[in-house]
Design a protein around this ligand. Structure first.
Ligand SMILES: [Zn+2]
Length: 678
């Protein structure tokens, strides 16, 4: 499966009070108060007019060459733009009302348009150039340089005609991207099951939780809590294939032309800016530096993982042949099922038995406790409005009582909601101006809170172990955002680091889901028994199985993302390229007549940079080696990590932050050691 991610970089609207100084009362923002689309539209329009006026005022303000006040005014403007954009984006992905989602999407476009205007504003650029920041602190100088570079990268120094073209392209790309994402979000497909025999192998609580149609048939949908256990446990191969094909076809055919257009317009944008292609444009400001480096990295990792992948694959095939002697290859719809079978038989690891210990509410409390212990923080209820009854709101503060930020958890699927798992930034924290606010948008079980006569949950919302891992992963982004969100400049605060570093803190945190000392604090079954140590030991032994095939598959996705954005769009055949790269990297064959690219949402959000996950994992493995040596719950090492890697946000290069923590530059050793570990 695709890895979880974080989608957003930019940018709140309908904030009733625009003061940004000493904003300690985030709940007063009235963020979620729009009760209908018209109200939202009115607020959005008023907000846009206000921001436009601010932009005009900025363009007309003259400054002294050494005066930094312009930088401050510009940053304040960006804070408001981003706040507006982020809430619109959140609404368009999560609001229960389809009308409001649609309106929010339009609002997002209006703000994107303003943002593009600002990024191409010559008066602002000229004034920035005049500022002399050489006597300022290093972080201010860094921000000044970054802004100048961002303006150049937007094309501010091009002639009027080119700037008009660039502006148009930016707007069109953003619009296409929103449609692309919407089509994935709203395309939920299903298969029907009319014979209980076809549910053989599935956990009882899962079967009881399934919805039925008017004809009494059970529905298996492409929503994660439905499809993932089905692919893992259902013995019926043809039903697994049927739902998996639907899964690979979400967004198709609509997204084919949209993706083609996104790639084409991004290529044109890059060309106008003097880059060979869009991959060159986006990697230039990433840790990796260039498409060639990214390609070399993908091949290096693919080669490293090959022997292990071949071994994994052989085991999967042998497992399949024990069911079907004539089988000659393993299909991707069979991977999850066979993998569990191998783990069960060879490692005595039973995922179905393990999930009994992961009830959603317990997991949530466990994660709160873990991050509390690691980062010396606590999480308390935050009384504020939310956009849906299942959404919870929380405050993160230090154990000494200082508020670090706020967050929402929107964790269960519903119609029209974002389908993956992601961290959505709502406000970038800025020192003395505003506290960071984020949301985790996920699709986990556990929504049904009904109690039986004895006051116990009827459905405990049992999670797969890898869903618990995803929960922790997203919490990693949240911690980065809230702990790092106290820098003086918005563009350097929170997760505003190089884009290909952002997954590292999340992938690091995933490691705790394998730690018995952590798990025993929250993993409890319906009888109140704590997860047995022997079970966690087996889990750890079985963990390595499938790592090879997983990495090769990830490199297929990474190569696909890089390749689409470095190809000549006129001759790019989306499906042909997908088939070719799947053959080259993935151990599993292409399934005829499926269109995975149509629902590979990262192709918009991450564009050419899906390699980010593996790149960040190399760094995360190195970071984790320090914890392994000192103890996973050792407070000293955790505090050092918090202070040296998370808290600085983007105020220094990510490589420097990591080196500061490690006492040396990061390397591949820990990653390779993990890859080869039995
Ligand atoms: Zn992520």
């Amino acid at each position: 499966m695709l890895r979880q991610h974080l989608v957003l970089i930019l940018i709140s609207l309908f904030i009733t009070s625009y003061q940004l100084v000493n904003d300690k009362t985030t709940s007063a923002d009235n963020l979620f108060a729009s009760s209908n689309a018209q109200e939202l539209s009115d607020r959005c329009n008023a907000n846009t007019v206000m921001l436009q006026a601010q932009l005009g005022a900025l363009e007309n303000s003259l400054t002294d060459t050494s005066d930094l006040s312009f930088l401050t005014a510009l940053d304040d403007f960006y804070i408001q733009l981003e706040n507006s954009y982020s809430v619109a984006q959140l609404y368009s992905n999560t609001h229960p009302s389809a009308d409001i989602r649609k309106q929010a999407s339009e609002c997002q476009q209006a703000i994107k348009s303003l943002l593009t205007d600002a990024s191409l504003s010559q008066p602002i650029y000229q004034q920035l150039k005049q500022i002399n920041s050489s006597h300022s602190d290093a972080i201010t100088q860094r921000y000044h340089q970054k802004l100048l570079n961002d303006f150049i990268r937007s094309g501010v120094d091009k002639d009027q005609q080119s700037r008009d073209t660039l502006r148009q392209l930016q707007i069109e790309i953003s619009d296409l991207g929103q449609q692309f994402s919407k089509n994935i979000r709203e395309d939920v497909r299903h298969i029907t099951i009319d014979d209980i025999e076809q549910l053989n192998g599935l956990p009882q609580d899962y079967i009881e939780g399934l919805t039925k149609n008017a004809d009494g048939q059970w529905l298996i949908t492409t929503d994660y809590p439905s499809i993932f256990p089905f692919l893992r446990y259902a013995k019926n191969d043809s039903k697994r294939l049927a739902i998996y094909k639907h899964f690979l076809d979400r967004g198709y055919p609509k997204n084919e032309i949209l993706l083609k257009n996104i790639i084409t317009k991004r290529d044109q944008l890059a060309n106008h800016l003097g880059y060979k292609n869009y991959a060159a444009y986006v990697t230039e400001v990433a840790m990796i530096g260039s498409p060639d480096n990214a390609a070399a990295f993908i091949d290096r990792i693919a080669t490293l993982a090959k022997p292990r992948s071949q071994r994994d694959y052989t085991q999967l095939l042998e497992q399949l042949q024990s069911i079907d002697a004539s089988a000659s290859n393993v299909g991707s719809w069979q991977k999850s099922f066979l993998q569990e079978q191998v783990k069960k038989q060879q490692y005595q690891y039973d995922a179905k038995a393990v999930r009994e210990y992961f009830a959603y509410d317990d997991v949530k409390q466990g994660i709160f406790k873990l991050v509390g212990q690691l980062f010396d923080v606590e999480i308390i209820a935050w009384q504020t409005e939310v956009w849906h009854t299942t959404v919870s709101a929380h405050e993160l503060r230090t154990t000494s009582g200082k508020t670090l930020g706020y967050f929402y958890l929107d964790m269960h699927p519903r119609e029209g909601k974002y389908k993956h798992a992601a961290h959505f930034g709502i406000k970038t924290g800025v020192l003395n101006k505003q506290l960071p606010v984020s949301a985790l948008i996920c699709n986990f079980p556990g929504e049904d809170k009904q109690l039986n006569d004895s006051g116990q949950r009827i459905n405990r919302g049992l999670m797969e172990h890898n869903q618990v891992e995803t929960f922790l992963h997203e919490f990693g982004h949240l911690m980065h955002s809230l702990i790092g969100g106290h820098q003086a400049w918005s563009g350097l605060s929170g997760i505003a680091t190089e884009r290909d570093f952002v997954e590292a803190p999340s992938q690091l945190l995933e490691e705790w889901v394998w730690d018995y000392e952590t798990l025993k604090t929250f993993a409890v079954n319906a009888e109140g028994e704590t997860i047995p140590k022997a079970m966690v030991d087996k889990m750890q032994r079985a963990r390595g199985f499938g790592k090879g095939t997983h990495i090769r598959n990830q490199m297929f996705y990474a190569a696909l993302s890089l390749n689409y954005y470095s190809s000549e769009p006129d001759t790019l055949d989306l499906n042909e390229t997908l088939i070719r790269l799947q053959q080259a990297y993935s151990p599993f064959d292409y399934i005829h007549d499926t269109h995975f690219y149509a629902n590979f949402g990262h192709l918009y959000g991450y564009s050419a940079r899906y390699y980010t996950y593996m790149w960040s994992l190399v760094i995360a493995a190195d970071l984790f080696s320090e914890f392994e040596r000192e103890g996973l719950l050792d407070p000293t090492i955790a505090a050092r990590y918090r202070d040296k890697v998370l808290a600085p946000g983007g105020s220094r290069d990510a490589a420097d932050l990591v080196a500061d923590f490690l006492g040396r530059p990061f390397n591949y050793d820990a990653f390779i050691e993990q890859l080869n570990a039995e």
